[in-house]
Design a binder for this molecule. Structure first.
Ligand SMILES: [Cu+2]
Length: 147
């Protein structure tokens, strides 16, 4: 998705170039500046693309069976939870979203890995939890509120 947005940004920038047909070959030196401008446009586009929310979550770096957050909130639409399993953690973890007929989970990742899960969610209350072993019962769970 970020790639598609970046491509759009590049196409947009190209349009204001019509007048300068002379010095394409010697344009290399100014390439760096152009790149920086595209990156800025990319961020603006990502914010405006509407409806998609990415939430960041981390497993406890000390190895406890908990996430760093027990509540998350998002706008209705596509919601992605990106869960980091710190390299200092000791167990594999995953993240799953459940509620209102939705149940979607990520793959489990070991310490140092990152797992992500996406679902299209209607407004309501959902749970997120780690489906590995007894982790959810031990406390690796929380509430996701979608508005
Ligand atoms: Cu876990």
């Amino acid at each position: 998705m970020a790639l598609a947005v970046a491509a759009l940004g590049v196409a947009g920038c190209g349009d204001d170039d019509e007048g300068s047909n002379g010095s394409e070959a010697s344009g290399d030196a100014s390439g760096g500046g152009y790149g920086a401008r595209v990156a800025t446009g990319d961020e603006a586009n990502a914010r405006g693309s509407g409806g998609a929310t990415t939430l960041r979550l981390s497993a406890d770096p000390g190895g406890a069976l908990e996430f760093d957050k027990t509540s998350l909130s998002a706008k209705a639409g596509k919601v992605t939870i990106v869960m980091k399993n710190p390299s200092s953690a000791t167990a594999p973890h995953a993240v799953e979203i459940e509620g209102n007929g939705v149940e979607k989970g990520s793959a489990a990742v070991g310490p140092g890995g990152t797992a992500s899960v996406s679902a299209t969610l209607e407004p309501g209350e959902y749970e997120f939890y780690c489906p590995v072993g007894n982790h959810a019962d031990a406390g690796m769970e929380g509430t996701l509120t979608v508005k």
